[in-house]
Every structure is written in structure tokens, then in C-alpha cells.
Design a protein around this ligand. Structure first.
Ligand SMILES: Nc1ncnc2c1ncn2[C@@H]1O[C@H](COP(=O)(O)OP(=O)(O)O)[C@@H](O)[C@H]1O
Ligand SMILES: O=P(O)(O)O[C@H]1O[C@H](CO)[C@@H](O[C@H]2O[C@H](CO)[C@@H](O)[C@H](O)[C@H]2O)[C@H](O)[C@H]1O
Length: 498
């Protein structure tokens, strides 16, 4: 259990309204996709909150920073809320709670609905609390904070500060919609106009749900690439940095990214969908995989030129191998059938450890087909540089080996074949995946000048490591898919080696 003494809103600051709301969030948060502690009842504590300035006096736009101490590891969540005196029919499905207070009373009569639509007892002092990410008022206030470099000081020492990357361009949000799907954060797609009323390229603003100390690699890496003029990421618009109390820090405070806004590329498909369409219709993916290999090498090259790189000292190599072995142990605990390959895996790890290693540098970190978008004119564009959600944030922010990204994408081609075989019994897309793999590697090697095949044990070790990660991910999230990575572990660990 980590030290969770983050500090909190002092008893005198914490109003009956806050307490009632926290009780409602205890019911509501576990039903949200981004909530991580699925197996335990949350134990929530409010550690701070801040309001965002905006023009509508009828609505309060606020954000609660809520610590969940219910699981093995505490998690700090960002929960944007809007509070309105009137019920809004269009926001009905985003209603979290209605809280009624007698005028002048310290003890509000709280109505915590079992689900968001069974709210009763609405008096003239009822406050309707909505999931802010679905309320246009929140989107407008958030983008204002970013593009106007505004700041907000809140309770419990919490603050939020906008950092525009395009200066002098205040934007008005005219429409906003939360991106649907299985996301670990909440992304809002915003239709925006300029100060003169002209409709501009839409914006996607990712609201980070689980907060971490330090800079988020998604913001750092995409901003650095965009600043370097790379067209392999969407243009960056800006970010929000938060501060909050954390008694584990020397000065009792910490900071981290709260949100990231970038250009939204409308009508694009991710490479996972493009690849599935190809395999379903019997089309090769060789040309697309080659272009992806080249785009990947280009992004790695840019990252190495604008962010630190480091030579593979014995200590660094040992650190990476320790983390691989730790993951191997964890995967065997969660998927015991993997144990039959323990010795073979260890042999690959030992061979990898003894191999020559390239320099370490910043990388994507969780690279797979779902993280790449196909744009009609610009080819492949990469998103979501946050790293593997199951890996600690400090590790994700360190220089690493490009082989981790390469292995991630190679695993993804295998996943296409694996998912195809599941839905087409008796058929195989193995050759389709092998061809895509060869084309990706050839193009990467040609552009980067790094012969990934010359040192096969190192690449095998990273592929095994990724497949072990996937086995853990699948057993926790999609148990019917776990055979895709476990079959790969068996194949890679026992591959004949000269
Ligand atoms: N700039 C963008 N333009 C168009 N679509 C995007 C953009 N950024 C993200 N997406 C879409 O949103 C999905 C989720 O974004 P992602 O950054 O992966 O969020 P999460 O961290 O929550 O998984 C992506 O797979 C992609 O389909
Ligand atoms: O949520 P993220 O996109 O950051 O990544 C997590 O979820 C991915 C699944 O959506 C998972 O990717 C695995 O499944 C993909 C097919 O759905 C496949 O293309 C990837 O190769 C495979 O790793 C990813 O591992 C996980 O971190």
C-alpha cells in the first residue's frame, strides 16, 4: 500500500454539500469506464477542488480531486462537475445527484439516486449536479482556461493553470460531445469558432481521469513533436496543469497534467480498423505496414533529436531486465498456464541481456494499431503517448528502447490474425500478419538504419514482454482474448535459435 497522506480539504472547508456529493460519487464513480478500482468499494476523500471561470451565472463549473483509498493502491481522480439550480432535460443521463438544502440549514436533505434518473424531492433549493464532461458549460470553460492562459485557485490548495501552445487564439465552443468507446480517460470533441465567429478545425480535449505527480508523457511527447514541426501527431493547442497538496513531497505540494487539447482529425479511422477491414476482405496490408514502419522510425528520430537520449549503461540494462522479469512473474501469477514456458523465457531474457543494446530515448510506450490514425492526405498519425496504463507513471516518463514500440506494433499484427481466427473458425490470417510484420520491419530498418533482425534475442525479449503484458491486460479486461497473447508467448519463447 502506498502512502496516501495526500492531504485533504480541511473539515472547516468541507461543506455539507461537498459531503453529500462525495457520497453520491461513491455510487456513481464505480459505474464509469475510467474508474480503476473495479473490484473494491471506493473509499473516497476530497483532497481539493477548483472552479473554472466562465460567463454563465446560472451554472457553477467545478472540478473535484477525489482520492480513492478503497483499493490496494490509492488513486487520485479528476471529476469535473457542473452544478445548476434548474434541471436540464438534455443532460438527464449525465445527472449524478440532486441535493436539496433547507435555506440556512447546515444539513441538506440529500437525494442520492440509485441511478441518475430517479431523482425526487425537488424543492426551490435543489442543486442538480452533472458530469461536467457532458455539459457544454464545462467544455467552454476548460478550453478558455487553456487558450487564454487562465488560472484558478481552489479549495484545499488545488489550482489549475492553462498553458496555451497556440497563443492569442481564444476559441468559443459551440458544440461538445464525449468520445464514446472504451477509453481510460475522457476525451471531448469540441466544435469551435474564432472570436470573429468563423468555424475552425475541431478540438479534442483529453481530460486525464487518474492523476499522477509530474508531467504526463502524452502531453510532453506530443507537444515536443508538434513543436518540432512533426506532422505525425495532431497539432497541439495547449494543456492544463494542476497543483494539489501531497504531504509525501518535500514542500507538501505536487503538480501534474489535468488535460490536453489538440486538433481533432475528423472522419479518420484507426489502423486497427483499417487492418481488420483489409484482412476481412482478403487484402494485403503490406503497403500500409511499410508506411507505418517508416512513420514510426520518423517519430523515433524526431523524439531522439528533441528529447534526451541515454547510452545503455549496465545499470540501465539491469533495470529494464528487472522490470521484464517482474512482469513475467506477475503474468504467471495471473495466468498460471504460462509457467510451462518459464525456462524458455528466461533463456531469451539472458540472451537479450548479453546482447548489444541501442541508446535509450523517449518512445510512444503503448504502441499498437489502435494508437495510429489513417488520414487521407497525411498518412499515419500517432496519438496517445501516455504509455502502458498498467505501468507506473515514473517508468513511463524515462528514456526507453525503441524496441518496445516496435514489439508493440508487431504484436498488433498478430492480434489482427488472432481476432480474425476467433471470428472465422477454420480460417487463418497468419500469413497476412507475417507479411505485414516483414514489411513494417523492412521499412523501419531502411529509415532508421538500426538492424533489428541482427539481434533477434533482444527483439524477441521485447515481444515476449509485451505479450506477457497483454496476457495480464486480457485476463483482467477481455478473458476470451487471452489465448492471443499466450499463444504468442509459447511461439516466441520456444522459437529455434541458432
Ligand atoms: N486528434 C485526434 N483526432 C481524431 N481522433 C482522435 C484524436 N485523438 C484521439 N482520437 C481518437 O480517440 C481515441 C482515444 O484516444 P486516446 O488518446 O487513445 O485516449 P485514451 O488515453 O483514453 O485511450 C483514439 O483511439 C482515436 O480513435
Ligand atoms: O487503452 P489503450 O489503447 O491505451 O491500450 C490498452 O488497451 C488495448 C486494447 O484496446 C490493448 O491492446 C491490445 O489489443 C489491441 C486490439 O484491441 C491490439 O491491437 C494490441 O496489439 C494489443 O496490445 C493495450 O495493450 C492496452 O494497453
Amino acid at each position: 500500500m502506498i502512502d496516501t497522506s495526500l492531504g485533504d480539504v480541511s473539515a472547516s472547508d468541507s461543506s455539507p454539500f461537498d459531503n453529500a456529493l462525495l457520497e453520491a460519487l461513491t455510487e456513481w464513480m464505480p459505474r464509469q469506464r475510467w474508474f480503476g478500482g473495479k473490484t473494491t468499494v471506493p473509499a473516497l476523500r476530497l483532497i481539493g477542488s477548483f472552479d473554472l471561470p466562465h460567463g454563465d451565472a446560472e451554472v457553477r463549473v467545478t472540478t473535484f480531486l477525489v482520492l480513492d483509498e478503497g483499493g490496494q493502491q490509492s488513486r487520485l481522480y479528476q471529476v469535473p462537475l457542473t452544478v445548476r439550480g434548474e434541471r436540464v432535460p438534455e443532460l438527464e443521463s449525465s445527472l449524478i445527484v440532486a441535493i436539496s438544502a433547507e435555506p440556512g440549514s447546515d444539513n441538506p436533505d440529500t437525494d442520492v439516486p440509485v441511478n441518475a434518473v430517479t431523482v425526487g424531492d425537488e424543492g426551490s433549493h435543489t442543486q442538480f449536479v452533472y458530469d461536467g464532461t457532458h455539459d457544454l458549460a464545462y467544455s467552454g470553460a476548460l478550453l478558455d482556461l487553456v487558450t487564454r492562459d487562465q488560472a484558478s485557485d481552489g479549495t484545499g490548495g488545488a489550482t489549475a493553470t492553462g498553458r496555451a501552445q497556440i497563443s492569442g487564439h481564444p476559441l468559443t465552443v459551440t458544440h461538445a460531445k464525449v468520445l464514446s468507446g472504451e477509453q481510460s480517460n475522457t476525451s471531448i470533441i469540441m466544435t469551435v469558432t474564432s472570436a470573429e465567429g468563423a468555424e475552425l478545425t475541431p478540438v479534442i480535449c483529453k481530460v486525464f481521469r487518474v492523476l499522477h505527480h509530474g508531467n504526463n508523457p502524452d502531453v510532453v511527447l506530443q507537444s515536443a513533436l508538434a513543436k518540432a514541426g512533426s506532422t505525425r501527431v495532431p497539432a497541439s493547442i495547449g494543456s492544463v496543469v494542476g497543483q494539489w497538496h501531497d504531504s509525501r513531497m518535500p514542500d507538501g505540494r505536487t503538480s501534474g497534467h489535468l488535460a490536453f487539447a489538440q486538433e481533432f482529425l475528423p472522419g479518420v479511422e484507426d489502423a486497427w480498423r483499417v487492418a481488420l477491414d483489409a484482412v476481412e476482405s482478403g487484402r494485403s496490408f503490406v503497403a500500409e505496414a511499410a508506411a507505418l514502419g517508416e512513420a514510426t522510425a520518423e517519430v523515433h528520430e524526431t523524439l531522439a533529436s528533441v528529447l534526451p537520449t541515454v547510452a545503455p549503461s549496465d545499470d540501465l540494462v539491469a533495470g529494464v531486465m528487472t522490470s521484464m522479469r517482474r512482469r513475467h512473474g506477475g503474468a504467471v501469477r495471473e495466468v498460471p498456464s504460462l509457467a510451462e514456458h518459464n525456462e524458455a523465457i528466461e533463456r531469451v531474457f539472458e540472451a537479450a541481456e548479453a546482447s548489444p543494446w541501442p541508446n535509450l530515448q523517449r518512445i510512444h510506450g503503448d504502441y499498437h494499431l489502435g494508437q495510429v490514425l489513417h488520414t487521407p492526405n497525411g498518412g499515419w498519425v500517432l496519438v496517445d503517448f501516455e504509455g502502458e496504463p498498467l505501468r507506473p507513471m515514473v517508468e513511463r516518463s524515462q528514456p526507453d528502447l525503441v524496441l518496445r514500440d516496435i514489439a508493440g506494433m508487431l504484436r498488433s499484427f498478430d492480434y489482427v490474425a488472432g481476432s480474425y481466427a476467433q471470428t472465422h473458425p477454420g480460417e487463418s490470417a497468419t500469413q497476412w500478419a507475417l507479411d505485414a510484420r516483414a514489411a513494417f520491419l523492412d521499412a523501419y530498418i531502411a529509415r532508421a538504419g538500426l538492424d533489428l533482425r541482427a539481434n533477434r534475442a533482444l527483439l524477441d525479449a521485447f515481444e515476449i514482454d509485451k505479450a506477457l503484458y497483454e496476457a495480464i491486460y486480457e485476463v483482467r479486461n477481455r478473458p476470451s482474448w487471452v489465448s492471443i497473447p499466450t499463444t504468442a508467448v509459447a511461439r516466441l519463447a520456444n522459437r529455434p535459435r541458432g
